[in-house]
Design a protein around this ligand. Structure first.
Ligand code: NDP
Length: 621
């Protein structure tokens, strides 16, 4: 594990004027407190004694007979990425598609995350896919979870994706049959499905994780993970966030990430007493959410959503654009802290800027941006000690940007207490409480807002292994991280395509990445069909070249994270983890990556991808 060696030295009070040495020392000091030797091992999986944390509380299990049949395209996963891919394949004339998912319905993240306050954290007009196709306008600038989930259902209905689908079904294995030129996929329902093509999309943030706090299995109070919100205990429901069951309860929420920001206000409103256990404060900025202006739809011209999605990614990846269509915190911060800011500064200065100048300039701009966040916290939170504890000390881009208009305000309630662990985390759990700094906080219920497994081996997160040509296992081939061509295909695993974030451009708006990958997939399969079907596979050489391009492109990003507060983004400070999200994203940024894919398609020569043999597939079958 590579980490920066830092001296654990408190640099003392903040100087009145900007002093980069003080800022570096302060950030390093805070990072050092938070950094843990056990890295990703600090978390426990929701298996064995913890498996109930992953139970589906939303759909009653239905028994059914095992399926033993054949489909042309099997899509593993039914979240947003899979839905978009299935839609684009339908449009390309593929009729025989089956979706299979562990969940009881489509939606992925939005199926599972039904906690009170769940809301998309990028604008709904760019995040909710296929708005024009479905002739739908979201109710608010940032849609709430139930609206997004229902939108997923409407997509599945409109494109007939429920036909032949299998829910409450987990894939357990997948093996390539070279003679047949097909995959055999098995499930926990005893199904055996033969598929010509398999699209694998387990979702980048889908396996809930728990902190391996000593005593976690001794706690006897009620407990659950936010992605399995137990309305049976809290009262209320998915669409009614009146948590009346908490009126006489002392509740603890562990975590202060994006999820906690959204569920803390609702829990604080209803619990008799709420303790929020914090390890690292979030850099919470103003959200500015509002209902959709009734005139918004009237002004939209055909093609508006694609234009808006692309415009948002241009802004948030520093590529800039003439107009800022979304104009929110995301685009503002990106405009202030990335290339457009550097270009403005270059135009302002009379002397050219060296790389060092640019680094120093951006560091100071980042500091100013964080100072604004810190001032906002001090303004909103009444108690100065609480405000101080809620104040984050790291670079703005070290964590996914956070916005919320009632999280900080919740700490002004008499029944809500912030328990700050000063970067060190909870000490231990007792049978009925949480211990921090030697003090035990008794709770009736403990809610884990502790996020999802990221940065572990792909097949572990997917929950099944894939056996390719000549018995090669994906877990072996990708033991040191994914190896793909453009993130979608890997040699020796023909007719298999990956969605999600593997080795591709990561846009802050996941749906843009998903759309681009789905479009590329539809192109590849369209060409495959034209060429007579059979076996489609990435060439070894092309894969090697893409892996090299990926490795070269991520050097700067890895450098940036060296002095960041640890998080799931950098595998808890392990910048060399080959499965880290840090190295999953093409370092040139999403726009450059999407351009690479577009140019590759425009060249039309399928460079690095072979299509050969097999029985020709008729269109639509
Ligand atoms: P995160 O991983 O971001 O946050 C987990 C939280 O648990 C952190 O605050 C972490 O502290 C804390 N934690 C972990 N272990 C301990 C411990 N031992 N003691 C105390 N605290 C602990 O998970 P989230 O679910 O909040 O968010 C994950 C991602 O999911 C987001 O970044 C976002 O991409 C996505 N998301 C999107 C949403 C949307 O679009 N609406 C909403 C929610 C999530 P520390 O910070 O120190 O690591």
């Amino acid at each position: 594990m590579s980490t920066v060696t830092v001296e654990l030295r408190d640099p003392g009070p903040q100087p009145d004027t900007y002093d980069p040495d003080w800022v570096h020392a302060k950030y390093a000091f805070e990072r050092a407190k938070r950094l843990r030797r056990d890295g990703l091992d600090q978390f426990v999986e929701v298996t064995a004694e913890f498996s109930h944390y992953a139970d589906d509380l939303y759909t009653e299990r239905t028994e059914r007979d095992p399926v033993d049949d054949e489909v042309q395209v099997l899509v593993i996963g039914a979240g947003l990425g899979s839905l978009i891919a299935a839609v684009r394949l339908r449009e390309a004339g593929f009729d025989d598609i089956r979706m299979v998912d562990k969940a009881g319905d489509v939606g992925g993240t939005w199926y599972w995350n039904r906690y009170p306050g769940a809301q998309c954290d990028v604008e709904a007009y760019v995040y909710m896919p296929l708005l024009e196709e479905l002739d739908y306008i979201p109710e608010r600038k940032y849609a709430f979870g139930p609206e997004i989930r229902k939108h997923c259902v409407r997509i599945a209905e409109k494109y007939d994706l429920y036909r032949n689908s299998l829910f409450q079904t987990a894939v357990t294995g997948m093996e390539w049959d070279d003679d047949a030129g097909k995959w055999t996929v098995t499930t926990d329902r005893g199904d055996t499905i033969t598929a010509t093509v398999v699209v694998v999309s387990p979702g980048p943030l889908s396996r809930p994780k728990l902190p391996g706090i000593p005593g976690i299995n001794e706690f006897t109070g009620h407990t659950f993970h936010t992605s399995r919100w137990d309305y049976g205990y809290t009262g209320g429901g998915e669409e009614n966030w009146e948590l009346t069951g908490l009126a006489d309860k002392t509740v603890g929420i562990v975590g202060t990430g994006a999820t906690a920001l959204q569920c803390v206000p609702h829990t604080g409103r209803f619990a008799e007493q709420l303790y929020v256990f914090q390890r690292t404060p979030a850099a919470v900025d103003v959200r500015g959410d509002h209902p959709t202006d009734p005139g918004f739809a009237a002004g939209l011209k055909p093609g508006w959503q694609k234009e808006r999605i692309e415009n948002f990614t241009h802004w948030t990846s520093g590529a800039g654009a003439e107009v800022d269509l979304v104009s929110d915190g995301w685009t503002k911060v990106s405009n202030d802290l990335t290339t457009p800011a550097v270009l403005r500064e270059m135009a302002r200065r009379t002397e050219p800027m060296t790389m060092e100048d640019i680094g120093e300039f951006l560091y100071e701009e980042d500091f100013k941006s964080m100072e604004a966040v810190r001032a906002h916290i001090a303004d909103v939170v009444d108690d100065p000690e609480t405000a101080k504890a809620l104040t984050p000390w790291y670079k703005r881009m070290c964590k996914r940007l956070s916005f919320h208009d009632s999280y900080l305000q919740t700490f002004n309630r008499d029944n809500v207490t912030l328990v700050d662990t000063d970067g060190r985390g909870i000490e231990r759990l007792t049978t009925d409480g949480v211990v921090v700094g030697g003090t035990e906080y008794k709770v009736d219920a403990l809610i884990f807002a502790t996020g999802f497994e990221v940065g572990t081996n792909y097949t572990k997160r997917a929950g099944f292994d894939i056996v390719g040509r000549n018995g090669i296992r994906l877990s072996d081939k990708w033991a040191k991280g994914p190896r793909t061509l453009h993130g979608l295909q890997t040699h020796d695993f023909p007719n298999c395509f990956f969605l999600g974030y593997t080795q591709s451009g990561i846009a802050p708006n996941y749906v843009h990445t998903a759309e681009e990958r789905a479009g590329h997939l539809a192109y590849l399969l369209g060409r495959w069909r034209e060429l007579g079907g059979g076996v489609i596979e990435a060439d070894q050489d092309a894969e090697e070249q893409w892996c090299t391009a990926m490795a070269d492109s991520t050097v700067v990003g890895k450098q940036f994270f060296l002095d960041c507060t640890p998080s799931y983004l950098d595998s808890e400070g392990d910048n060399d983890n080959p499965d880290s999200l840090l190295v999953a994203g093409y370092g040139g940024g999403p726009i450059a990556f999407f351009d690479i894919l577009r140019q590759w398609r425009e060249a039309g020569d399928m460079a690095g991808v072979s299509v050969s043999g097999g029985a020709p597939a008729a269109p639509g079958r």
